[in-house]
Write a protein that binds this ligand. Structure first.
Ligand code: C2E
Ligand code: MG
Ligand code: MG
Length: 568
């Protein structure tokens, strides 16, 4: 059977004629209905009603000026007041051809002015070109703007800001960036639709509440940037008033401010700086605004130096593995140690892992560093075995980034096997946060390691991010109570959290290690509560391998030969 290609019929555009003279209305409808769907209204009020119902489909409005009920001027004023109809063009048609009326109409937002009697062809051509112009500009608008919030997208925000700087070199500006904390979690909790609504609300609130705003942009999923004229503002009150209480319970917004921006710098650098300020308060519970200053600048430079030198330091052996002993609370015997990395930087000297591990977790370098640490630990264990020390199990830290490698279990097993070390001599420490997000794959890796004979320790328990999810999904052997839990308990003389944690661990057949134990008083309390093992300055700080080996030897005599078997 022969088939014919059928051209799609282009849908007619819809227009609105607002005219109180019935005959004129009908004539116009007759003239235009071959090209358009024509809606009619017999006065300004009716016109506004039709507009409200159909504004999403209206291509243009033809408006009579002199009507008895709500004339054309009123119609234009009310249309403008509503705001959302701005993009619909209006051609005003009237027999009055005074220049004052024409100016007034144009001032009220009309696109063009046609005097009656009109020439049909002139009118139709003007309509087409105005509609075309509007479509072209709305297309551009769509490219420039984020469709959800209506703010400029990142590129156009940067472009517009730079051209403003160039056009007004005498003006001073401030830049505010804001970020919603844990937006991913809020999405899980409230659903994407509600969170989208919140983004729109936030963009609207910030756009309207920041005085002298010049340009605003959505420069990331939940990240906005606003450029405004430099001025002192009551920031605390202003930012507190942005999000109404109960709008989205649990939401926290962090702001970073860059005052009197250096307009000679690229916009990206300026946004980065405002962001650096914001990053400083990411985990601060009560602080929501940070202002970029010299201190932040220096801190950023230091971080930059660390990042620039990390690879070389790894090659040159500037990272050292230290060992912090773990002791049995009952008989003081050493039953294990944790491998902790230290960076002896050629320029900056000793650097604590708390200031570089989070940085390396962000840029992914921690995976390389951890692999190096694990290998150093294997070398040390092999060395001790070779010289006849009864080595204790050594635990290594495994960060979340390591667990993104789906072959991690196989790689660790291969590494340990290549040194012919029994799997029971290496323990794996993970924090609870590993149980969040990409759960299944991570659970699989850890369970594979557990099944291969590695002990799994849950690190930093009670440090504030406890979700307890890890306890139910992972095969865990040991719970490590975080330093902060022990410190808080002894400061407040209230060990109930420690007691519950130990009971919880017992009920799940896990042993407990208390970290950060320093005093006799802490030791006494932990003994009463039935904690199994202690890691802390009470016994020893982390030791270099040169110091660890004699320590091991010295405490070996305190152990009987079967200590390894007793531990596990
Ligand atoms: P962590 O795994 O919870 O390690 C225990 C931290 O508590 C260590 O800090 C240790 O020195 C400290 N500590 C132990 N006893 C006491 C005490 O009695 N008092 C006090 N005030 N502190 C004590 P460190 O070595 O600074 O490590 C901090 C964190 O850095 C570690 O916490 C771990 O999360 C991370 N880290 C250290 N080495 C590595 C590594 O090789 N790889 C990875 N991924 N993370 C590491
Ligand atoms: Mg640890
Ligand atoms: Mg810990």
């Amino acid at each position: 059977m022969e088939t014919k290609a059928v051209l799609p019929v282009s849908p007619k555009q819809t227009i609105l004629v607002v005219e109180d003279n019935e005959m004129n209305r009908e004539i116009l409808t007759e003239l235009l209905s071959d090209e358009y769907n024509v809606l009619q209204a017999s006065d300004g009020f009716e016109g506004l009603d039709v507009l409200r119902e159909n504004y999403q489909n209206l291509a243009i409005i033809l408006l009579d000026i002199f009507m008895t009920e709500c004339n054309g001027f009123d119609f234009l004023a009310r249309k403008r007041e509503a705001g959302i109809f701005d993009s619909i063009p209006v051609i005003v048609m009237t027999s009055s051809n005074t220049i004052e009326d024409e100016i007034r109409c144009l001032e009220l937002g009309a696109s063009d002015f046609l005097a009656k009697p009109y020439n049909t062809e002139v009118m139709k051509n003007r309509m087409r070109s105005i509609i075309h112009l509007r479509e072209a500009s709305s297309m551009l608008n769509r490219l420039e703007r984020d469709s959800l919030t209506g703010l400029l997208n990142k590129e156009f925000f940067n472009l517009q800001a730079q051209s403003l700087f160039a056009a007004n070199p005498e003006l001073k500006y401030d830049l505010l960036v804001c970020d919603i904390e844990n937006f991913r979690r809020l999405n899980d909790r409230y659903g994407s639709q509600e969170c989208d609504e919140f983004l729109k609300y936030l963009a609207r609130q910030l756009s309207t509440k920041i005085p002298d705003l010049v340009v605003g942009g959505r420069i990331g999923g939940d990240i906005f940037a606003f450029l405004f004229e430099h001025q002192p503002l009551p920031w605390t009150e202003l930012l507190e008033s942005i999000v109404e209480e109960d709008k989205l319970p649990g939401v926290t917004i962090k702001y970073g401010l860059l005052n009197d921006v250096d307009t000679s710098l690229p916009m990206r650098t300026l946004c980065d700086r405002a962001f650096m300020a914001l990053e400083e308060i990411k985990d601060h519970f009560k602080v929501n605004l940070a202002i970029y200053d010299e201190e932040i600048h220096k801190e950023q430079e230091r971080k930059q130096l660390l990042i620039e030198s990390m690879e070389n330091s790894l090659k040159e052996g500037h990272f050292h593995v230290y060992y912090q002993p773990k002791h049995d609370l009952k008989n003081d015997a050493i039953i294990g140690a944790e491998a902790l990395v230290r960076w002896i930087h050629p320029e900056l000297g000793f650097i604590s892992p708390t200031s570089f591990i989070p940085l390396f977790e962000k840029n992914g370098f921690v995976a390389q560093l951890d692999r190096y640490v694990w290998e150093q630990v294997c070398i040390e264990i092999r060395h001790c075995l070779d010289i006849g020390f009864s080595i204790v199990p050594i635990s290594v830290n495994v960060s979340r980034v390591d667990l993104e490698n789906p072959n991690l279990a196989e790689e660790i097993i291969a590494l340990v096997d290549s040194y012919k070390i029994d799997h029971s001599l290496l323990h794996i420490e993970v924090t609870e946060s590993v149980a969040e997000g990409n759960k299944e794959e991570i659970v699989e890796i850890l369970n594979k390691l557990h099944d291969a004979g590695f002990m799994i320790e849950l690190d930093d328990f009670g440090s504030g991010y406890s979700s307890l999810a890890a306890l139910t999904t992972l095969q865990l052997d040991i719970m490590k109570l975080d330093t902060s839990v022990i410190r808080n308990a002894s400061e407040k003389k209230n060990y109930s959290l420690v007691r519950y944690a130990i009971l919880l661990a017992e009920s799940m057949k896990m042993k407990t290690v208390a970290e950060g134990v320093e005093t006799d008083e802490q030791m006494a309390a932990l003994r009463v509560l039935g904690c199994d093992y202690i890691q802390g300055h009470y016994y020893s700080t982390a030791l270099s391998k040169e110091d660890f080996e004699p320590y091991l030897l010295e405490h070996q005599s305190a152990n009987d030969d079967s200590f390894m078997g007793r531990f596990f």
